[in-house]
Design a protein around this ligand. Structure first.
Ligand SMILES: [Zn+2]
Length: 115
């Protein structure tokens, strides 16, 4: 076997190819983050709630308790301000733990826990 490799040399006339410069990353406008919507937080309920807008003003009442003690902002800012992230995470962790416990107990042994 002869190992003479013939490397094909592409012959492309330079002026036949339109040089396409890769767009610099900075030139691409960042996509609007749809992950950060406006949320409403009722300070009385202590959670994210649905609200009803009062008149044409920026006044919102909580659909749950009816007070105007509602703050609103982007999800990020609200969560950051009221430190909801941790609560949510803790809730999630708790839910997962509960699920695990139920799985371990099996279907048959589901009984109302006597307190
Ligand atoms: Zn409320």
């Amino acid at each position: 076997m002869n190992d003479t490799q013939t490397t094909p040399t592409p012959v492309i006339p330079a002026d036949a190819v339109t040089p396409v410069a890769p767009a610099p990353a900075a030139a691409v406008p960042p996509k609007p983050v749809d992950d950060n919507p406006i949320v409403f937080y009722c300070k009385d309920c202590g959670e994210i709630v649905d609200v009803r807008r009062v008149g044409g003003k920026y006044v919102y009442t909580c659909k749950k308790c009816g007070t105007k003690n509602v703050a609103f902002g982007t999800k990020k800012s609200i969560y950051g301000f009221f430190k909801l992230e941790d609560k949510e995470k803790a809730k999630l962790r708790e839910a997962k733990r509960e699920e695990k416990r139920r799985m371990q107990m099996g279907d048959k042994s589901i009984k109302p826990r006597a307190s």
